[in-house]
Design a binder for this molecule. Structure first.
Ligand code: VGL
Ligand code: ZN
Length: 196
């Protein structure tokens, strides 16, 4: 059985959002079209408290995209984004959500970031996504959404380590930094992932 994981299709990652991904809106019709090809469709939602420590606004003298050490983990600092209950945290209303059976929220602990839909960046807490997929007899996942070089990549890497046959759908994702995604693509392929 095959699942589609739609990652973080929220206004803050779409053009006009606080952490916009260029052309992120172009993948919405593609994601809408392919959902029918799956046994199960799930989504993730970046869902931060307003004082989340991944926000540069929480660090005196720091700017977005600087890198710091946060409790022993390397942390890219981001503009405030996907604050719980804000408009920017909502899934785009252009996304067809009629087939999405479950939405896994992440990034709620203010002290640690959470790119993957499976765990936070320190693997301290499990969202339950792997168990949910296994309970639904899923053995293969395809990952799409935003952003290719962060939440899509880390979700796909964790899917491999959880034992799922894993693909990233190239036409249904866009990167914050294209060069960064080129490198991460190689890491993903080397780990046993597929690009389709
Ligand atoms: C994401 C940076 C920070 C993503 C989320 O969805 O790729 N990137 N939070
Ligand atoms: Zn985030």
């Amino acid at each position: 059985m095959k699942a589609l994981i739609i990652v973080d299709m929220q206004y803050d990652f779409l053009p006009g959002g606080s952490l916009e991904v260029a052309k992120g809106d172009e993948i919405i019709p593609i994601i809408n079209n392919i959902q029918k090809d799956y046994d199960l469709v799930v989504a993730t939602q970046d869902w931060h408290p307003k004082e989340h420590m991944s926000f540069s606004s929480q660090h005196v003298g720091k700017l977005p995209f600087e890198v710091i050490d946060l409790d022993g983990l390397s942390q890219v600092l981001w503009p405030d984004h996907c604050v719980q209950e804000s408009y920017g945290s909502e899934l785009s209303e252009d996304l067809d959500t009629s087939q999405i059976e479950a939405i896994f929220r992440k990034g709620m602990d203010p002290r640690i970031d959470s790119y993957s839909g499976f765990y936070d960046n320190g693997k301290r807490k499990d969202t339950g996504l792997a168990g949910y997929l296994r309970a639904r007899k899923i053995d293969e996942v395809h990952v799409c959404g935003l952003a290719a070089d962060y939440c899509v990549f880390y979700t796909a890497m964790d899917a491999i380590s959880e034992g799922f046959k894993t693909s990233i759908i190239s036409k249904a994702t866009k990167a914050i930094d294209k060069g960064d995604f080129m490198e991460k693509k190689n890491t993903f392929i080397q780990a046993g992932g597929f690009l389709i």
